[in-house]
Ligand binder design. Structure first.
Ligand SMILES: [Zn+2]
Length: 127
């Protein structure tokens, strides 16, 4: 389990918020998370997809709800494709002002950029 130089397991207390036995939408592993710097957000320890673990209604009242993936719906298949191909974490989730997985984020961003370029070449009429 990652510690990121922190003395306590505070980052892993995010798991106290996951009440149900659910699987990550991207990597399909049982969802375990660490906190990020965004309030209520955790990232999957396996693939680093972000989830809102603490959620509120429109009146800012806390609601009980299963973890909700914190990625725009149209990008979910992109993350799934990346995971299927490389089985490599995507590097989302800053913690204490740093990204403990920055190298993974750079690798993912590079792949995503190249993928977009290839798509543009194949479909010059689009975008
Ligand atoms: Zn995952």
């Amino acid at each position: 389990m990652p510690k990121f130089g922190v003395y306590s397991d505070y980052d892993l207390r995010a798991n106290n918020e996951i009440k149900d036995n659910i699987r990550c939408v991207v990597c399909q592993e049982k969802l375990y998370c660490r906190w990020t710097d965004q309030h209520g957000e955790g990232v999957c320890l396996t693939c680093e997809t972000p989830y809102m673990l603490i959620q509120y209604d429109e009146n800012k009242k806390r609601i009980e709800a299963p973890p909700a993936i914190n990625i725009k719906e149209q990008y979910i298949p992109v993350l799934q494709e990346y995971w299927q191909k490389f089985k490599r974490p995507m590097g989302f989730g800053y913690y204490l002002g740093k990204n403990p997985s920055e190298k993974n984020l750079r690798t993912f961003a590079k792949w995503k950029g190249e993928k977009r370029e290839n798509q543009n070449h194949q479909n010059p009429a689009q975008e």
